[in-house]
Design a protein around this ligand. Sequence first.
Ligand code: F6P
Length: 255
Amino acid sequence: PLIKDLFGLTDLENHLATHLRLKRVIVVPGDSDRSDWVKKEMGRAVARLLKAISRSNQVVAVAGGTTLAAVAEMMTASSSLKTTTFVPARGGLGEVVELEANTIASLMATKAGGNYRLLHVPDQLSDAARETLMKEPRIQEMMELVRSACIVVHGIGDAKAMAERRKSSPELLAHLEQEGAVGEAFGYYFARDGRIVHYGRSIGLTLEDLARAHNVIAVAGGSGKAESIAAVCPVVGGGTLITDESAARAILSDV
Ligand code: F6P
């Protein structure tokens, strides 16, 4: 805490929590846009928090992305996580395999010494195909498990960067631009005022499900994501944000 106070990080955390209407904010020093090491420090902070709030036989749902991959990398075995089941928060969202929520869930479980269950659903399903799939008993059973998660850990991305990374159509890119999308989480694209401007079709946790989870932990940093974090956090609301100093200062300088 002493080091944090020298950097004024505790103040930043408190201001940001109020501004974003969150229960708790943890700020690590640095800028993860510039250094991978800072991303890992955010990962370490998430790993520490997870250990502290874990209960036996819980389900932890995790999203995909490079930040969540850093969280997985920093997980270490602990007795409190031995009976934890890690699951993906959503089915495929168009990420490469290394960054898919399934991969992150299995990696986290292996590092933490816990268990995992995976959700195998393709990214781009038609409505009809998705409905058929949702009737499959195994998928239904898995969805129940995912919805029972008491902890959800997710990333936040820049809307345009995420749409491009997912190789979205030119029509969708134009729509997002026109509607002023700035942030993305769980397949939802948000405008600056928190309005949902697009929702990608996939199977998994919805915003309504999130409201039921006890602990929602967002992890995202880098000044480039300031606007995205500021748009997404108040909507998902009430939980914890783990971020870096550079994003924190950029969000508050915009106020
Ligand atoms: O695609 C999964 C996801 O968690 C998105 O919801 C989010 O926008 C993105 O990854 C964050 O990715 P990164 O941590 O690589 O910026």
